[in-house]
Design a binder for this molecule. Structure first.
Ligand code: MG
Length: 158
């Protein structure tokens, strides 16, 4: 018998690179640099994807969408998230809520948190009040040139 509920955890980090757009949670944020990576570098959507995949003990995002595969170059990370949600459904579960913490020196997330929350909720098919978006500054971690994302996700049996 499958457990009634499952929890998943996802982590990701991407380094800032000049001259590319910054996308976090599928929202374009005004900033002078963006996040490098093979896809669009959306650190939050990657961490959510891994949290969902982890909750069903599935393969991780890097195994499903290897950076070595040219088809994922500049890919919209919503594609990864949709595949994770599809696998969650196939496994017999649905997403209840998720919570995230972003760690970054700039830009400030506060003014954009509502837009990110609404967009992530829409992508995941859950209410906006089931999506936590929080941000911290790096404070002594030495990761000022990166954005780090931590995510937990709760699933319930369908
Ligand atoms: Mg990533």
């Amino acid at each position: 018998m499958q457990p009634e509920m499952r929890i998943g955890y996802g982590y990701d980090s991407h380094e800032f690179k000049p001259g590319i757009p910054l996308k976090i949670g599928g929202i374009a944020l005004p900033h002078d640099q963006g996040l490098g990576g093979h896809s669009d570098g959306d650190v939050l959507l990657h961490a959510i994807t891994d949290a969902l995949l982890g909750a069903i003990a599935g393969p991780d995002i890097g195994s499903l969408f290897p950076p070595s595969d040219p088809q994922w170059k500049n890919a919209d990370s919503a594609v990864f998230l949709r595949e994770a949600l599809r696998r969650v459904k196939t496994a017999g579960y649905e997403l209840v809520n998720l919570d995230s913490t972003l760690i970054l020196a700039a830009p400030k997330i506060g003014p954009h948190a509502e837009a990110i929350r609404n967009h992530v909720a829409q992508l995941c098919g859950i209410p906006a009040d089931c999506v936590g978006i929080k941000a911290k500054t790096p404070e002594g971690t030495g990761t000022e040139n990166a954005v780090v994302a931590h995510v937990v996700a709760l699933l319930k049996r369908r």
